[in-house]
Design a protein around this ligand. Structure first.
Ligand code: HEC
Length: 269
């Protein structure tokens, strides 16, 4: 029990220079976290047409937008009046049936040549989708499958390595905090690492089953909360908080009240 290695060294007992290192590290990592949130917002928030970041945005991001292709949306929207309804219907049927090359050659190309390429050709307007050949038209009828597995794998390994580094640093600093009961402190340390794994798993689950979008949101929120708890507790205890008097008197050791006298034993941790 008299193992000095198990002592808590509270922030109050750390040299000023080390607390400076910790403080500056937390400031920069905290700023980094804010930018990461802005980045998530920027990339995902607008997918479902609403400004807020919703579960639907994440469903679309990971598993793709169900329903319309770009060509269908255009034909049901702004391009609706560019052609007679029966021709419009035969293009829609062609898309619906899988957009095969043979049908394009036999039916669709002639319609597009008469109705569309006056505007949709590189010569007429290079900024509009080119509708003069099968390959370019195909790009407008591909289904949105969401993020590809190879993208997910790439982002997964970056997140696993990168975020683990960040939490390794932040929770190392946080170990100097005084938090009772001890199990809460342990939970606050374990949770962020678990949420990294949970977060990554939820991406793949959402790709397969869109309902898991809530798990992406839940693990992200939990990760943010645990980062905030560690960050705020560390900063607060480093500069503002006065540790309990007994802890100070015992030089960071655990005080045990024995009669009137305080006995100091190593704080087991
Ligand atoms: C009079 C010129 C004109 C004709 C004819 C025309 N379009 Fe367009 N098209 C536009 C313009 C301009 C835009 C871009 C602005 C917009 O989306 O409203 C556009 C946009 C599109 C888009 C892109 C929408 C997106 O996702 O960005 C598609 C697809 C499209 N048109 C398909 C067609 C088809 C199919 C036809 C023939 C049936 C057609 N257009 C005929 C002018 C035309």
């Amino acid at each position: 029990m008299n193992n000095m290695n198990s002592r808590l060294i509270h922030f109050a007992f750390l040299p000023l220079s080390l607390r400076m290192v910790y403080t500056m590290t937390l400031l920069v990592l905290g700023t980094g976290y804010l930018f990461a949130m802005i980045q998530v917002w920027e990339v995902h928030a607008n997918r479902d047409g609403k400004t807020m970041l919703t579960a639907e945005d994440l469903r679309i991001a990971y598993s793709g937008k169900k329903g319309g292709t770009r060509l269908e949306s255009a034909l049901n929207g702004p391009m609706q009046n560019m052609l007679p309804p029966e021709e419009r219907q035969s293009i829609l049927t062609w898309v619906h049936d899988g957009a095969a090359k043979e049908v394009y050659d036999s039916k669709v190309k002639s319609i597009m040549d008469t109705r569309c390429i006056a505007c949709h050709s590189p010569a007429a307007n290079p900024h509009l989708p080119n509708l003069t050949n099968f390959d370019d038209v195909s790009k407008l009828v591909s289904r949105d499958e969401g993020m590809s597995i190879s993208t997910l794998v790439r982002v997964s390994h970056i997140h696993l390595f990168g975020i683990t580094f960040i939490f390794f640093i932040v929770s190392n600093i946080f170990t100097h905090a005084y938090m009772r009961p001890l199990w809460i402190k342990c939970v606050v340390i374990i949770v962020p690492f678990l949420t990294i794994l949970l977060d990554i798993a939820s991406w793949y689950l959402t790709k397969m089953q869109p309902a898991f979008a809530w798990m992406v949101i839940g693990s992200g929120a939990l990760m943010g909360i645990s980062f905030a708890v560690q960050w705020i507790t560390s900063m607060y205890q480093m500069w503002i908080y006065k540790p309990p008097k007994e802890l100070m008197e015992c030089g960071g050791q655990l005080p045990i009240m024995g009669g009137d006298k305080i006995k100091c034993v190593p704080y087991q941790e």
